[in-house]
Design a protein around this ligand. Sequence first.
Ligand code: ADP
Length: 349
Amino acid sequence: MRGLSISLVSKSFGSTQALKEVSFAVSPGEIVALLGPSGCGKSTLLSIIAGLEAPDSGGVFWDDTLQQPIPTHQRGFGLMFQDFALFPHMKVQANVEFGLRFSDLKPDEIADRAALVLELVGLPGLAGRDVNTLSGGEQQRVALARSLAPQPRLLMLDEPLGSLDRSLRERLVGDLRNILHQLPQTAIYVTHDQEEAFTIADRIIVMNQGRVEQIGTPQEIYSAPASPFVARFLELTNLLDGEVHQTDGRLAVSTPVGDLPLYSQNLIGSVQVLIRPDNAHLDNAGPYTFHGTVVECSFRGNWQRLVLMVNQVQLTFNFPSHIVIPQVGEKITLSLDPEQSIRLYPAPK
Ligand code: ADP
């Protein structure tokens, strides 16, 4: 298989199992995001891929070649960290060329390569600038240019935008995706921020406590989270305990907010029920309706959030911002189609 493949990698530090049989592949030119909360094993996995740590078991392969016997600097993998540490006493050009110090390139080839990557990251005129005079976003681009200059066959970015404010991050992450795809650059992008992962990645690997919880495109993961953990991590928080039953030949799941009809299911007995926050309507058109009291409305720009109290359970729904939503305290009816809006998971053991 071409590109990177990770096979059943496990790693413990004392009694902490940081990685448990992690397997996935990254195809050439693909951008894969590793998404998960702090402590789920993302950095440990990068260190193992880079060769900075050895796995207890399992293998890291590039184009089917086992990488463990190959030292870090010969793997052809690049790393870019959050605290990317540009050299403050060097100009932009020298910082970028620093990434090429071990290459076989001649000085004029090094200068050409530096100019090329600075152009690529959108800083063509800044080669002679002192890095201390650059904005945070510009410094980030210089760091990216430095990581791209050696033309790594795999670039690993560990929370590279973590230190920047949200609006700058949102702008840079889209640019970063375009730059990486333009090359194309095979990349692993580590983040705990789902929106960043959705924006940048062709595929996302969701991790939880050292395990891979789900692998899929951003669309697949958002539309069909594989577990309550993934759902919660994506801020799909309407998760209720339920019991699947059949009454008069009809399937339903009983929950604290009522009996929700099911059209198909492959689980019986105790389950967890996810009610998606999108696709609800402020009417009683059905096929299923809730009655509740609005306890919170918040405007979020191009969408808005409504929290409804139904039988002493809070349910959250999202609406486009052009919809006029009710006021806090109002009693309302809300309808949804269970076929679109409900997912069932096995109850936790
Ligand atoms: P993440 O990058 O997702 O925040 P890490 O890979 O840093 O997660 O950590 C995974 C787990 O392994 C955590 O419980 C962390 O405390 C532990 N860990 C990581 N590195 C070490 C180490 N060198 N020594 C001991 N424990 C470690």
